[in-house]
Design a binder for this molecule. Structure first.
Ligand code: S3P
Length: 170
């Protein structure tokens, strides 16, 4: 597949896939800029993500998420998205048409759930059973694949190794 813009990478994948950690590691190794969309949302809203979900609901959160994604279209560096960035059609369009290279960090459901249980802090996790989670996974996986230029397997790998594999693609 043609590499679009190696200096700008957008990491996508399910929550708990390691997008932020891997993105920071790539940026560190490459001396690139790094933006985490969830952190940008918190900065703009002046609230943590759980607080934002409580005060403005998921729809309010998604609105800011789309605005932040749209504002990054000329950004050069590494972008970590939130797992739900594929929930809105307008975001899929931006990601499909982006000059950036989109990378899907693909894990498995079991290791992801384990990681999320340790980390906590995801509002969507509190409302969902394992079955709901599985359904969400099934719904999102094809969307991540549709927008990604590359899929990188993450199971059993350290963030450093995943970052090195991504860097080696270019
Ligand atoms: C979400 C994932 C989270 C965060 C929010 C919603 C989702 O980001 O944006 O809690 O819908 O999957 P991470 O993927 O970084 O956990």
């Amino acid at each position: 597949m043609m590499i679009k813009e190696p200096e700008t990478l957008i990491l996508v994948g399910f929550m708990g896939a390691g997008k932020t950690t891997v993105g920071q590691e790539i940026a560190r190794q490459h001396h690139s800029q790094f933006v985490d969309i969830d952190s940008e949302i918190e900065r703009i809203a002046k609230q943590s993500i759980p607080e934002l979900f409580r005060s403005r609901g998921e729809a309010g959160f998604r609105q800011i998420e789309s605005e932040v994604l749209a504002s990054l279209q000329t950004f050069k560096g590494i972008v970590a998205t939130g797992g739900g960035v594929v929930e809105r059609m307008e975001n899929l369009e931006i990601l499909k048409q982006s000059a950036a290279t989109v990378i899907y960090l693909h894990g498995n459901l079991e290791s992801t759930i384990n990681r999320l249980l340790i980390e906590g802090q995801r509002p969507l996790l509190q409302e969902k059973s394992t079955a709901d989670f599985f359904n969400l996974w099934q719904l999102r996986d094809p969307k991540y694949k549709m927008i990604a230029n590359f899929t990188v397997e993450t199971v059993g790998k350290t963030p450093e190794r995943i970052a090195a594999e991504i860097i080696a693609l270019f």
